[in-house]
Ligand binder design. Sequence first.
Ligand code: NI
Length: 171
Amino acid sequence: MAILEILKYPHPILKKRCEKVERLDGEVKRLIKNMTETMYHANGVGLAACQVGVPKRVIVVDVSPIDPEQDYFALINPEVIAEEGEIEYEEGCLSVPGCSEKIKRFQKVRVKGVSEEGREVEISGEGILAIALQHEIDHLNGVLILDRMSRLKRDLYRTRLKKERRKEEDD
Ligand code: NI
């Protein structure tokens, strides 16, 4: 297993719509293992493959640090098939460091996909699990929390990022 580099905004891969996985082969299984190790190493509760530079529809999720009743899982080609209610929660993202913002999402979702073992599965989640599922599926469609924030807040983050970069270059 290996800890992979997590790409940061504005890396172009993060803006891409990711490709469906056609075959659950050793490469995909290895990717899942490495993504899982990378997520835990970064203290994240979810990670999408594009965040480690692989534009494929694969996510790993483990929200147990926030909701101890939940477990780790990986999901291939996840797709939201039902959604209901509304929730607002302060989200962060490993690819958008230093950004933490309240985002509105569905309170409950039902997602179908393929498990790591190749089985068709459906996962129903509410609260933090629903949020994590929607956040990671957003990544697969090239959508970041920045895209779900107000324009003003997004511009503030971009300005702050540019200033930090300039400072780094000057140092
Ligand atoms: Ni994220």
